[in-house]
Write a protein of this length. Structure first.
Length: 160
């Protein structure tokens, strides 16, 4: 559990106690410990001494806890957040995206980003599936189709 001495020596940032995380993010100790227990959050350091367990969080851990709280506040539940975490990890492991954004609306979570080829792509984070077209790219699509149809041409390929 936790990080080894080598990883700890490589880490140059400040480490935060659970009390620091609770104060900075605005969550209770019980909630933080529950998230650790269900393995939604993994502290940078976990050290057991007899019956007590000590945790230390990196800045990245702190940001992740803050994101989890924001997602809960936006109406998602822990099961959905776990799915989002898995989907984002898969996207990151694939190395397919250079940058992107997460959109939350009506209980849906979508990641829209630019892939390594410069194309805009979208992923449904709750299903872990790529979407056929990013929603932002539909602007003007209906008008293009209507114009092609009015001209009596067949639709072979549309560049969105």
């Amino acid at each position: 559990m936790g990080k080894g001495i080598k990883e700890l020596k490589k880490y140059q940032g400040e480490l935060f106690s659970p009390t620091d995380v609770m104060a900075l993010v605005g969550i209770s100790r019980r909630r933080l410990l529950y998230w650790i227990e269900i393995k939604l959050i993994r502290p940078f350091i976990t050290k057991k001494v007899r019956r007590r367990t000590f945790y230390r969080f990196s800045f990245d851990d702190l940001l992740f806890v803050r994101h989890v709280k924001s997602l809960l506040d936006s109406g998602l539940n822990l099961s959905q957040i776990r799915k989002i975490k898995v989907s984002l990890r898969e996207i990151d492991d694939d190395g397919k995206f250079d940058e992107g954004f997460i959109f939350l609306k009506n209980g849906k979570a979508e990641f829209v980003g630019i892939d390594n080829f410069g194309h805009e792509r979208a992923v449904d984070l709750l299903k872990g599936e790529y979407l056929l077209f990013p929603m932002a790219r539909f602007d003007g699509l209906v008008e293009k189709l209507e114009k092609i149809e009015a001209e009596g041409r067949e639709v072979e390929e549309i560049v969105v």
